[in-house]
Design a protein around this ligand. Sequence first.
Ligand code: SAH
Ligand code: SF4
Length: 402
Amino acid sequence: MTALNPDIKIISRNAHPDSSIGGGRTNLVGLTRSDISAALIAIGTPERQARMRAGQVWQWIYQKGVIDFSLMSNLGKDYRALLAEHFTIERPGIVARQVSSDGTRKYLLKVAGGHEVEVVYIPEKDRGTLCISSQVGCTLTCSFCHTGTQKLVRNLTAAEIVGQILVARDDLGEWPAPGRNPNIETRLLSNIVLMGMGEPLYNFANIRDAMQIAMDPEGISLSRRRITLSTSGVVPEIGRVGDEIGCMLAISLHATDDETRNRLVPINKRWNITTLLAALRAYPRLSNSERITFEYVMLRGINDSDEDAHRLVQLIKGIPAKINLIPFNEWPGAPYRRSSNNRIRAFGDIVNRAGYPSPVRTPRGEDIMAACGQLKSATERARKSRAEIAAEINPTTGATGH
Ligand code: SAH
Ligand code: SF4
């Protein structure tokens, strides 16, 4: 897939887990079970044992959170040493960690190549949701999204995607005590939303592999219904979410006419509202118990009128759906304002009366800029602010500084 914006530099796509980490040793995180088996055979494990050994290693990594081979007590001592010689169990490093007054936690993680991604943990009464990133930056340029203004983009590997979950579980102290069954304990991290940085459907294979690891019953074992993938509308890939991952689907609609959506979500110029909705009507998992979520960011005077609300319910007629109204999260220099609470309520009432649940998302972690669309790496921010300073000093040459 080529970038829509020629200014954006794609560093790599679908890169394999970075085997350069750990001095040539291979990182086992992010590999499928059969990849692990093959890797074990390659270091001399007898073929007839490889599946069982891979299963044991898998459980240590994903059920117990172990990063040190010497702790894998059901494997022989020599075998543990052999594993340590050839493999590592790596997570992205934490560069910064912020905790909001409402308990929301934001992590800035470093991934291979010195890039940074953000991950947010949002505790609620009945669940704890981890908002994870799929790319460094995003090739798309939605005009209300801070991530979309970041120019540097690369796909995260499956290891880096799963690694975000492992880092959060480390920090939450969520690995079970020896002998305890992890599946019956109350989970702090119970849900995942692919709503951080990046467009998950431009990194499909790695997202799929990572989510399959997250759902594996002998590991993190999250149910597919507790994972939600959000897309801006990469139409050709949408059906694969149902077929190959099986998680819940959210669509960033945000407008009810093509002219407005072209401005807000420029991918609409490639696949417009009619095309998008046709793909959703053909979605393999569509049913009343597995509704599609439409995300709708409330932008003052742009997409929040009563007419928009009426048009919205006409557009989605016949699609089992829920409309998630997101008060716009403002960021420094953003070209939009958040709709008033009254306007959001009036809009929601119209949608609700038409039979669609329309919850308003409560802004969380505002004091640490942890909300959707505000995620952007710190290095990029620093670079931007230097460019801004340069622009102030010399308005003709400073603005493009990277
Ligand atoms: N790229 C994917 C997923 C990441 S964005 C997508 O666009 O769907 C996750 C959600 O946050 C999307 O619905 C996106 O439109 C929304 N979002 C982005 N910037 C926002 C902002 N400043 N305020 C509120 N929501 C925002
Ligand atoms: Fe990318 Fe989603 Fe932001 Fe659009 S809203 S720029 S698709 S991360």
